[in-house]
Design a protein around this ligand. Sequence first.
Ligand SMILES: O=C1O[C@H](COP(=O)(O)O)[C@@H](O)[C@H](O)[C@H]1O
Length: 245
Amino acid sequence: MTTEPHVEPRIEVHPDAAALATAVAGELLSRLADAQAGGTLPHIALTGGTIAEDIHREIARLSPDSDVDWSRVALWWGDERFVAPDSPDRNAGQARAAFIDAVGVDRAHVHEMPSTADAADVDAGAAAYEAELRAHGSGEFEIVMLGIGPDGHIASLFPGFPQLDADGIAVGVTGSPKPPPERVSLTFPALRRARSVWFLVSGSGKAQAVAAALGGAELHDIPAAGVTGREETIWFLDREAASSL
Ligand SMILES: O=C1O[C@H](COP(=O)(O)O)[C@@H](O)[C@H](O)[C@H]1O
């Protein structure tokens, strides 16, 4: 019998969303610089969502004072909306506008999930992303960042949906309860391969989901309860998101 290592999560509570965004951006820049100093080209997975956008802007602001060489960072996504490439709903488009274009990441290292221009449907999009990840070591991410929804969803893994039991690397989603309905998501097994998993949560609307996830909810009810990093799991919260703990 194999025993999974149990990684006790660390919880960091910041006064508000702005402080949370500054703290996460600073921590990310320092982790990336450390990994590069150790000879690694770090692969990280980004998330979409409101707090992620604040964090991305803080990365752009703080980056010039960091030692990160952005030509040696690889960017992936935990999930993406399956829409046109220039749709404002694209998580990748938001990240490009907020920091990727500003800091100058090497385009060859920006691994966006397929859009409707790249794949016939969500399943083909998921298969293509899975192949891309396999070509780069199957996604042994240094850090996976995850926003969470008020319903406890992470990436595009929604409560009660069949994708929660998928065992590949990426999976297509249709009928998402949160628009847009068609998406591509990494699976639980893929997310759990990360060395570090960072949950990024702001606002009172997420407080119940945070408390349930940390309180040991079942992952089919609260998907955020289903992911830990191999070496580390950190919940970056603001005071409102932590208010039900
Ligand atoms: O749809 C999504 O929602 C979550 C959370 O977004 P938020 O706006 O409530 O912060 C996000 O993590 C995920 O990447 C995204 O596709």
